[in-house]
Design a protein around this ligand. Structure first.
Ligand code: SF4
Length: 72
């Protein structure tokens, strides 16, 4: 299993698998308030709504980003 980084806002957890990331930057273009590659941690999940995050994760072309709902 490769490394997984998880980010939660209490409602949703975003999982990022660096080994799968194609660095296409679609996440950064779609939600620049959340995805900031120059910062650590680079994902600031609080800066978007859960619905915005889900829409964005679905656009990740490589499958590096996925999510699960925290209450399920
Ligand atoms: S959209 Fe997905 S593949 Fe592209 S940079 Fe973001 S996490 Fe990586």
């Amino acid at each position: 299993m490769g490394k997984k980084n998880e980010y939660s806002n209490g409602e949703i957890t975003i999982v990022w698998q660096p080994a799968l990331c194609a660095h296409a930057g679609i996440c950064v273009k779609t939600l620049p308030k959340v995805y900031r590659p120059q910062e650590r941690p680079w994902i600031t999940i609080e800066n978007a709504t859960t619905a915005e995050l889900i829409d964005q994760v679905k656009q990740c072309p490589s499958g590096a980003l996925s999510y699960r709902m925290d209450n399920e």
